[in-house]
Design a protein around this ligand. Sequence first.
Ligand SMILES: [Fe+2]
Length: 366
Amino acid sequence: MESLFLDGYRIDNIEIYTPAAKLLAFWHVHALGFELAAKKEPKSGREGICSYLLTSGDIRLVLTSSYPVRGSLVANEIASFILGNSSGVKRVVLAVSSVKDTFNRCIAKGAIPIRFPGIEEDDDGYVEEAAIKLFDNSELVFINRDNFKGSFRPGYTASGANFSREAALLSSVDHIAGEVRMNECDYWTKYLSASIGTQLVQQIGRSSENQSGMLLNINQSGDKNLTIVIAQPASNQGSSKVQQNIDAFGPGIHHLAFSACDIHAAIASFRERGVDFVGVPASYYQLLRQNDAFRNFDIDALEAAGILIDKEGDSYLLQKFIKPMSDRPFFLYEIVQRINGYSGFALGNINVLKKAEEIEIMKANT
Ligand SMILES: [Fe+2]
């Protein structure tokens, strides 16, 4: 298939809608080491929308919230997303050389339009954008900022804050993970493939190997700069964590995974700053110790840091999940470090973790 992304494609930014962007920006800076690069605050205070651009390595996150202003309807779209989702990814923004060409091609191939090509401008020039649908409530946005000379995009000002920080602990977006309903996984895989040219590079289907309760499709752009992992419940029988999430919170983008050059250093730093992590049962590390494939690994060090590991030949993945940033326990961050070119998505690890959880349940009941 002809790739859309041969012309220097990259993730430009990811926009998160959240009830209190200013507070969440503070957490990203002081807990996760992001830098506040620019912000868009209402000049009169009456527009009712604020956005903060945060950067860490190649990662650009935009946190946006709205607040009620009498007589203003502008913030309704944000407020209604927050009402249904609390904090969550609204936009995955892709830089393209031609917004019109990309958008028109996507629509011709079956993408669902959300916003037709248009410009946003101020005294520093303009950016051009268009958007197509992604899952239930999110968007894939195409942006071109070649004709804009200001800070990030119209309306933003450089923050002026001088948060001099150590080298970025999180360096890039490793993958974007969504959870969808039964039978939607293939729909969205075909949708992405037809519209933006991603390829199905891995599929974790039904098999005796897969004890995770979910099916996974891994979709990737040819240059590997964009990876979208889509999970659906494996069946309507038994308990699937994905189904539980969908029943409680609905489908959508479940987590963002960021790459760390040194996951141990990142975890130590985040822990020092009060970040909460998703716990790992002690049985998980007992199972690793019993597995000959991990005999050369320092399992004690992994257990002390609460790091998960998956191995394929000589390559392996280290991963850890940060507890959801908002009170709604759906959207969260993952930290990963890929060693020796590990390119998988931790199915082996998911199975070990599930077995460990079963052991913990058995222990609790005996
Ligand atoms: Fe993930």
